[in-house]
Design a protein around this ligand. Structure first.
Ligand SMILES: [Zn+2]
Length: 278
């Protein structure tokens, strides 16, 4: 029995992939097609609370961290496109231009706006997710294959003070932009992991650990298992690993919307179609 428990602990300390249905361990994993150039766009409004425009380079650095790993052993390319006016998270099947957007929501949705309406965040440009979530990544994918079509990152600016300095951590309860409150780069590095198909891990200190306390910057640096995810799932010169055994027609079926982010702080929440789980 003890041996089994040890073996299980080893498995749990590895990276975790997001699946089409997180409750079904046999459902397809989410992945981008190999050699995809994932172009992301920062919303031009940025975040007024973060001094200057320093939130923008912080977001850029988060993507660059993952791009460095792709250059080392992966097949994807993460490219920053022009700033965008789009504030839409999710996928519009009728649109030819579904940008991968990073945006800071500036107000909470009211209950009246959002009763049984999962599109209210886009409609009213408000934070519709759990108030305690720092950020949410909404990923749209083909439901049969898990092939990712689009992924967008929203940050919860009404609730969290996003900072971009490297140090020191803000004293408890004394948040200011001259110290680290909720670090933009720390947050977005974690969310880009979701964008690439990673779920949360129980491994303490991992970029993909579900919590981020005030003052934290450690998620800016990828842990060994998160790096290995890129090498394993997006190997150079080979197809992306889909983690399904039989070939399916991934052009059938409606895209679903998946979402990973954060109860507590960077917790986990999943959206399938327009259904949300907490
Ligand atoms: Zn998360």
């Amino acid at each position: 029995m003890i041996v089994v428990k040890v073996a299980l602990a080893v498995v749990l300390s590895q990276y975790v992939r997001t699946r089409v249905d997180d409750r079904d361990p046999n459902s397809p994993c989410l992945y981008w097609t190999d050699k995809t150039n994932i172009v992301f766009h920062q919303n031009s409004e940025g975040n007024p609370d973060t001094p200057g425009d320093s939130e923008h380079p912080a977001v850029t650095r988060a993507f660059e961290t993952w791009q460095a790993e792709n250059q080392a052993c992966g097949s994807l390319t993460l490219t920053e496109g022009a700033r965008t006016s789009s504030r839409m998270a999710g996928y519009d099947e009728t649109s030819a231009s579904n940008e991968n957007v990073v945006l800071f929501r500036q107000k909470m949705c009211t209950v009246a706006q959002c009763t049984d309406d999962d599109t209210c965040g886009n409609k009213h440009d408000c934070w519709q997710h759990a108030p305690t979530a720092i950020a949410i990544t909404t990923t749209s994918f083909h439901p049969k294959s898990g092939k990712i079509l689009d992924s967008d990152i929203e940050l919860n600016a009404p609730r969290f003070l996003f900072t971009s300095v490297d140090s020191p951590p803000c004293p408890a309860g004394m948040f200011d932009v001259t110290c680290v409150a909720t670090d933009v780069q720390n947050t977005v590095t974690h969310e880009v992991g979701h964008l690439l198909g990673l779920g949360h891990t129980s491994e303490t200190g991992s970029t993909m650990a579900p919590r981020a306390d005030p003052g934290e910057t450690s998620k800016r640096t990828l842990d060994a298992n998160s790096k290995r995810f890129i090498c394993d799932v997006y190997p150079v010169g080979k197809p992306s690993k889909s983690c399904i055994i039989k070939v399916v027609d991934d052009d059938l079926g409606k895209p679903k919307t998946g979402c990973a982010a954060a109860p507590g702080t960077l917790g986990l929440l999943a959206l399938l179609f327009l259904r949300r789980r907490r």
